[in-house]
Design a protein around this ligand. Structure first.
Ligand code: SF4
Length: 205
């Protein structure tokens, strides 16, 4: 059984892909895990089709969740067109749909070779982007993007664009090995792009 949707702390999480253009040093995907603290078997044996994902979503009492979160065991923006279509379908069928969030590495536009931010308008309420470093050097050392430092710039550009279309754009960092100065630098960077910074506690693997 593969897990397309799962519940965690009152939210519904949606897992549509294993693919990612990064290889973060902390990523559970290449540490031999098939699950996480959230759910078992998050490794998808195939990418769910739009219909499979919709069926999984519609089998849930969608209005009862605090939030619906597209994240995944990979980078959800590979499926950005399906995410938008799924949100449209859910909004049509479920009055009072809870807020919808995407957790992303911010490479959606880089991956697709076009600006995907306008598609988020009216569909996505919160975008959460992993900042993972206060400089391009630190970022690429931690996330190891296929595109190298272009990945850093793409992530910043996406954040700035997303802030034009999405009510709440958040950049996240984990406080491990960060000085107050690093965090302040990240905060200023996020604010300069129209985003807020959220500092998360490090959870050991
Ligand atoms: S961006 Fe996310 S899915 Fe991709 S390698 Fe990093 S932690 Fe893993």
């Amino acid at each position: 059984m593969m897990t397309i949707t799962y519940e965690y702390e009152g939210a519904l999480y949606v897992n549509l892909t294993n693919r990612c253009d990064c290889a973060c040093v902390f990523c559970l995907r290449h540490n031999g895990h098939k699950g996480s603290i959230y759910a078992d078997d998050l490794w998808l044996d195939h990418e769910p089709s739009f219909q499979e994902a919709l069926d999984s979503l519609m089998s849930r009492d969608l209005a009862s969740y605090r939030e619906i979160v597209f994240c995944g065991f990979g980078e959800p923006s590979y499926r950005i067109d399906d995410i938008c279509a799924l949100v449209d379908a859910m909004k049509e069928k479920v009055p009072g749909l809870p807020p919808v969030r995407i957790n992303t590495n911010g490479h959606g536009s880089l991956i697709h070779g076009r600006d995907v931010a306008p598609q988020l308008k009216g569909r996505i309420d919160v975008v959460s982007i992993s900042l993972n470093g206060s400089t391009p050097e630190e970022y690429t050392a931690v996330t190891r993007p296929q595109s190298g430092e272009a990945g850093w710039q793409a992530m910043l550009d996406f954040t700035r664009e997303a802030a034009k279309y999405v009510p709440q754009v958040v950049m996240t960092i984990v406080n491990k090995d960060k000085t107050e100065e690093d965090i302040q630098h990240c905060r200023e960077l996020a604010q300069s792009l129209g985003a807020q910074l959220r500092v998360r506690e490090y959870i050991p693997d």
